[in-house]
Design a protein around this ligand. Structure first.
Ligand code: NI
Length: 189
């Protein structure tokens, strides 16, 4: 287990789609080691989540959440500690909406350990169903909303070569964390 180097925006490896984890790889030493390295690296940088391509591993594996307050996002709700592999995201309409209602988007601030020092307002689905697998290959399915849904969508974007600045619609809502949020410690990206 070790803290790995995080690739930064501009590195072509962050733009490649990651491949799915295959049946023979479930519960393997290599997969457990990758997940341990993702957690160690995420915690070393107080990240909300981390995707395998960010440490140069081209596999559909993300980790996110901690169940504890995150110093980079101190006012956000807690997200359970989760390993998510081969994810599929389906946008959902609000729970009490009519059957034909469209899923809603919402804007909120995001940062990324591969885009240090910056924050931008990113549109995301407000509510999603996420399906995937854990490290043992057991299926995982959740319906989540708000910040939890945002973290899932951000991390899963990394698996398809998408960094959040590619989703910005208004570059006026994009800037340096220390200017936008001076209350956050300047050392935190
Ligand atoms: Ni990111």
């Amino acid at each position: 287990m070790s803290v790995r180097e995080i690739l930064k925006m501009g590195d072509a490896r962050l733009l490649q789609p990651a491949r799915r984890v295959e049946a023979l790889e479930w519960d393997s030493d290599a997969l457990h080691l990758l997940v341990a390295d993702l957690w160690d690296t995420m915690h070393a940088h107080s990240g909300a989540g981390l995707a395998a391509p960010q440490i140069g591993v081209n596999l559909q594996v993300v980790v996110f959440g901690s169940g504890q307050p995150n110093p980079r996002y101190p006012d956000r709700p807690l997200v359970p500690q989760t390993v998510l592999i081969n994810p599929v995201i389906t946008p959902l309409a609000p729970p009490l909406a009519p059957p034909d209602a469209a899923p809603l988007e919402e804007l909120d601030w995001e940062g990324c350990l591969s885009v240090p020092g910056l924050r931008g307002q990113v549109p995301r689905w407000q509510r999603i169903q996420v399906q995937g697998f854990d490290v043992y290959g057991d299926p995982l399915q959740r319906t989540v909303e708000g910040f939890h849904a945002r973290v899932v969508q951000h991390e899963c974007d990394h698996l398809f070569g998408i960094l959040y600045p590619m989703r910005l619609r208004d570059l006026r809502a994009f800037g340096y964390t220390e200017v936008l949020f001076p209350e956050l410690a300047p050392s935190r990206p």
